[in-house]
Design a protein. Structure first.
Length: 163
């Protein structure tokens, strides 16, 4: 069944939000890349790649439902951060904002009685729970580490082992 116009529009917007998130993570990777924290920079770069996958999953889904993909403009921030903690707080806020966009899309799929989109968007709902949690856990660990260079080094190594 062909996708309805309101669903097509909101999913096209979501593609832009995912690219926006990807760019934000890449920007954070760049900012952390000029600090000694190579592990956190690596973590952000992997997250950039995940966000691109999220965008392309939407791209493919719209086409599978005989919809029309429209690439919309999006904002891309440049961050000047001094600490990994600042970077992860930005990432967390970004994830909370994106969760809201996903929930809006899901609410619309209920209103439109679009069952395939409800199933499709459930993957994103679960993913957002995980991504908010990942950022929150990192924030808590970084807050605990405080200014201890040893603890920060260990966390950086852990972040650098992310695959
Ligand atoms: Fe696309 O999951 Fe984060 O934002």
């Amino acid at each position: 069944m062909k996708i309805t116009k309101p669903i097509e529009d909101i999913l096209n917007k979501q593609i832009a939000y995912e690219f926006e998130a990807a760019y934000a993570y890449l920007s954070l990777a760049a900012a952390l890349g000029s600090t000694p924290y190579a592990g956190f920079a690596h973590w952000m770069r992997l997250q950039y790649e995940e966000e691109l996958e999220h965008a392309m999953k939407l791209f493919d889904y719209i086409q599978e439902r005989q919809g029309c993909v429209k690439l919309l403009k999006f904002e891309y921030p440049t961050y000047t951060i001094k600490t990994p903690l600042e970077a992860f707080k930005i990432a967390y806020d970004l994830e909370v904002e994106n969760t809201q966009h996903i929930h809006d899309a899901y609410a619309l799929s209920l209103k439109e009685n679009d069952l395939p989109s409800q199933v499709f968007l459930q993957w994103y709902i679960t993913e957002q729970v995980e991504e908010e949690d990942n950022c929150q856990k990192m924030i808590e660990a970084l807050e605990l580490a405080g200014t201890s260079l040893g603890a920060l080094f260990t966390l950086d190594r852990q972040a650098g082992s992310r695959k």
